[in-house]
Design a protein around this ligand. Structure first.
Ligand SMILES: [Fe+2]
Length: 228
């Protein structure tokens, strides 16, 4: 399956027995530097995110990381690696920063779902995940509250993740800059972008308001597939 189809299918992670490295969208090198399409239209998340916000975020910021990465690895061994391998193996620096930003955004788009006509995002086949959320956070409402609080408190730019360890235990990880749980050997399940560019057009400086709306637009089906 091509990387693009993989992303569209929302099947980023989840083949548990294969392990983190091979479960992620390992792809031919020529696909590693191609920005995947959004799983919905630029206006698909209105009113949570406006078309203007999405256009800047996807077509300027996210696209820019792919363009930078391509230039940075041109003629170097990394040009033949998968994006996953670059994220996992690179030392701190520009190559890691741009690769992780490309990876994180592609994952972030898949974490989001338009609110359906019946008034809620995709919540099918999530029993195992929700049982783990009950066990590790005390319930879905408590998880949302803790996730919003930790993401709000993250100083500066970064990403707030829900990740699982090898035993399936869940944790909320606020990581600065281009941080990614793969670096810690953890499985990414859910992420929100808290770089200011993610919300400033629609929410100005109100990160907390953006996050409280974000948790009502999570594609739990995608998160559940990632959990496995
Ligand atoms: Fe972003």
């Amino acid at each position: 399956m091509k990387r693009r189809q993989f992303l569209q299918a929302g099947a980023f992670v989840g083949m548990a027995s294969a392990g983190i490295l091979s479960a992620l969208p390992v792809s031919a090198a020529d696909e590693a530097f191609v920005q995947p399409p959004l799983p919905y239209g630029l206006d698909g998340l209105k009113p949570f995110m406006s078309e203007e916000q999405m256009n800047f975020h996807y077509n300027k910021h996210h696209a820019g990381y792919y363009a930078n990465l391509k230039k940075l690895v041109d003629g170097k061994p990394e040009a033949q690696w998968s994006l996953d391998d670059i994220v996992i193996k690179s030392e701190p620096g520009p190559v890691f920063n741009n690769a992780a930003q490309a990876w994180n955004h592609a994952f972030f788009w898949n974490c989001l779902a338009p609110v359906r006509k019946e008034g809620r995002p995709n919540v099918q086949n999530v029993q195992k995940l929700f049982a783990a959320i009950d066990r590790d956070f005390g319930g879905l409402a408590q998880f949302k509250e803790q996730f919003v609080a930790k993401a709000t408190a993250l100083f500066g730019s970064g990403w707030c993740w829900l990740a699982a360890d090898k035993d399936g235990k869940l944790d909320i990880l606020p990581l600065s800059n281009a941080g990614n749980p793969l670096k810690q050997g953890l499985k990414p399940l859910l992420v929100v972008d808290v770089w200011e560019h993610a919300y400033y057009i629609d929410y100005r400086n109100e990160r907390g308001k953006f996050l409280k709306t974000f948790v009502e637009h999570i594609d739990w089906g995608f998160v559940s597939k990632n959990y496995g």
